[in-house]
Ligand binder design. Sequence first.
Ligand code: SF4
Length: 402
Amino acid sequence: MKYAANENGYEVVDFEEIADVMVVNSCTLTNRADRKTRQALYQAKHLSPDGILVLAGCLPQVNPETSREIKGVDIVLGSRDKFDLFPAIKDYQKNKEQQVRISPVDNTERLSSAFIAATDRTRAYLKIQEGCNNFCTYCIVPYARGNAVSRDFDNTVEEARKLAEKGYKEIVLTGIDIGAYEDQDRRLIDVVKTLEKIKGLERIRISSIEMNTLSDELVEHIGKSKKVMPHFHLSLQSGSDTILKAMHRKYLTADFSKKIETIRKYIPLASIGTDVIVGFPGENDALFCETVDYIKKIDFSYLHVFRYSQRKGTPAATMKGQVPEMGKKARASILDDSDRNFRSTYAQQFIGTRQAVLWERFEEGFLYGLTPHYIEVMIESSKNKHNTISEVELTKDNIVSS
Ligand code: SF4
């Protein structure tokens, strides 16, 4: 598959194809993420030995020395410097010397650069916020991405308008702590209300948001909105108050439950997904059981389960009571089962209802798309209805994610 050439004259190709420039945008949230970055770098170089290899993002930001020493890497760009990709390529082509650009992450000017990830013409991810001031004890993000900064409001609206003009039907608003969005007196709800007025933009989705920054006003608005999808991703991380306190999360389970009640009051069938970390230091069997019990009470739509990963430089890395990998694995597997149950139970509620589906893929006579509640649907079709929205009655056979 090939995508349109961008303004800099480059054409994006699939990872498996030979490329002139290979960019690995890294995450360093877990040890596993670091391993995947190294694997991707190796594979990219193997596929395109003559191409320019770029390592960008969090790994270089947190570990500059290690990053520049990785074999074959020609350009190293920090979290905010990745927007300098094209000038860095030019400099490399001119000098044939490794280019390293890692500036401090508290540089607020960079966020107005468009950061848009989109692989087809249906859904685009528009980053409106970067960085985080929360310093949860397990998390490397505040060190890798710096303090919280928000994209300029007018620039946000302008970028969204351009995306709609290019044909994108759905925009997912993203950020590290998106609920903390603030540009002068404009908040997330103002962004949402303004984007709803953009012609051609049919759907707005809010990505992962911290429970304590999701305002009741925004929830109520989403309940009435035709364009903002009834889908929330609220990171719980643990269902044990003891662990939540040790994590320095800014809520306890009672606060979380209250927010869920508010969501269900305005949007009874809202999709509510969450992240959970298992094996945080000090999490014994009893505390893990508290999480399992709490999760059952909430009835999520899906869970993303993570095994705690020791990140050097974070307070939790040196806490007592580190949990062995085997124990983390066993706990993750229990929650993975809960995830499967949640997905299936949640999707089944929609069987027999008609839902608007935005068709995202057409492959071998089948259309794939998502409902407003984030349920994946697949139907047989003789027509390619890619990037259109049509209503479908959900059945146990056409739901993919149950
Ligand atoms: S709020 Fe999220 S990004 Fe910020 S420190 Fe906590 S886990 Fe990390």
